[in-house]
Design a binder for this molecule. Structure first.
Ligand code: AMP
Length: 419
């Protein structure tokens, strides 16, 4: 018989892992709402051209990692499953005319992303991101706010061992001079860099800084830092970001190796990482991308955002304080005759807002009691021939073992009361 396997680089999130996910999702939503971010849900796939335009065609994601399908068999056009959500979010804000209503939008998103990666620990082909886009301000404090809400979410789920590294990439005015300075400094030694870096030299030399090959990072250490090349406006912006981080009481380090993979960043860039998860240690990152919104047909108002990897955050958490959700009841059928009465009682309890289950496999009383224990049900309701004849049920408190025989409505009252 054929056995089916999930596609390479995908995960099954099994019921036992769900409480962790639900907890992360709850903390994330609560934090975003507390900071005034509203949720947005663009589609899973977009016109492929959107990603070429918005993400930049020299990035790894666009060059090599897109899941693209023809939009129709007889068409040249294609769709791509979103590898990130900044382009789709901006498209949605612009297409729906939201900037005609208000000049500033703070939105967050959550959901699966798709990248054709070489699968490894912390790197999948389908993974989950949450993130924000704050569009409508060039104030350095909004850069800081995005970092603050990210840090709040990490702390909220109990992840305190993380590092925040920040950098500036300057703007169109100062970046050219810096690019020339880096290229000149690499100069003759280009041959010592890895093949990827050699290829990136002409197209996006800054990517050399975040190359994971050890030899390249050692060489990159000696390259000039952008902080010595930025224009006065970018310098002042970066100083205000650092002052804001101190106001928000966020520990951080300035690190010139933070350049981010995507082409669209300007000025502030940052990354949160954790030593707990091995080579793929980035939990998420973001930055300012002022030119992208007007480039996509929106207003020139400034924008900043981040994307975080949910799987990596859960991986970094050694333990998470998650309450086990205990059902209120489990109904044990003592004999086959009582099965319908058990089902009827379950429905009445559920209709009263209580949670619980019953046996559908015709198991023995002992096996049903074991199931009630495994589920950590607060009460077991036992119904057999005797109870059936008298119109009563037997209610057992699983905490103290106390048992009483009562009418169904009294049972409902007892189980509901003790929550
Ligand atoms: P990026 O959009 O590449 O900056 O990614 C933001 C965050 O998403 C990263 O820091 C990771 O936490 C997560 N991430 C990116 N790619 C993957 C992947 N292939 N598998 C799992 N998580 C990922």
């Amino acid at each position: 018989m054929t056995t089916y396997k999930r596609p390479e680089g995908t995960d099954d999130i099994l019921p036992e892992q769900i409480p962790l996910w639900v907890r992360l999702e709850a903390v994330m939503r609560e934090s975003f709402v507390r900071y005034g971010y509203a949720e947005i849900r663009p589609p899973m796939f977009e016109d492929t051209k959107l990603f070429y335009k918005a993400s930049g065609d020299t990035t790894d994601v666009v060059e090599k990692q897109m899941f693209t399908v023809p939009s129709r068999s007889d068409s040249e056009d294609s769709y791509t499953f979103r590898p990130e959500l900044t382009p789709g979010t901006l498209r949605a804000l612009i297409q729906n005319g939201l900037f005609n209503q208000r000049s500033m939008w703070k939105v967050f998103y959550y959901g699966p992303m798709f990248r054709y990666e070489k699968p490894q620990k912390g790197r999948s082909r389908q993974f989950t991101q949450f993130g924000v886009e704050a569009v409508g301000s060039k104030d350095p404090l909004i850069d800081v706010e995005t970092m603050a809400v990210f840090a709040d979410i990490l702390r909220g789920v109990g992840l305190t061992e993380y590092a925040l590294r920040v950098n500036t990439l300057g703007c169109a005015t100062c970046r050219g001079g810096y690019r020339d300075a880096v290229k000149a400094a690499v100069g003759e030694s280009l041959k010592d860099y890895c093949e990827n870096c050699r290829r990136r030299f002409d197209r996006n030399v800054f990517r050399i800084f975040d190359c994971k090959v050890e030899r390249c990072s050692l060489l990159a250490e000696k390259l000039p830092a952008i902080t010595d090349h930025v224009c006065p406006e970018c310098k002042s912006h970066f100083e205000k970001v650092q002052a804001g981080l101190r106001i928000a009481k966020l520990d951080f380090a300035v690190d010139k190796r933070i350049v981010r993979g995507l082409d669209y960043y300007t000025r502030t860039v940052y990354e949160f990482s954790s030593q707990a998860i091995g080579a793929q240690n980035a939990l998420g990152g973001g930055g300012r991308y002022d030119p992208l919104v007007p480039q996509m047909g929106g207003p020139d108002v400034g924008a900043v955002g981040f994307a975080a990897g949910a799987e990596r955050i859960l991986l970094a958490l050694k333990s998470l304080d998650v309450d086990v959700v205990r059902p209120d009841f489990f109904i044990v059928s003592a004999g086959n005759d009582a099965r319908e009465a058990c089902f009827k009682t379950a429905q009445e309890l559920r209709a009263a807002g209580l949670s619980g289950d019953l046996d559908f496999e015709g198991k023995s009383i002992k096996a049903q009691m074991r199931r009630a224990n495994d589920l950590k049900a607060r009460f077991t309701v036992i119904i057999g021939g005797d109870e059936l004849a008298k119109g009563v049920v037997n209610v057992k408190n699983m905490e103290d073992g106390a048992q009483t025989t009562v009418t169904p409505s009294e049972a409902r009252e007892i189980i509901g009361r003790k929550r």
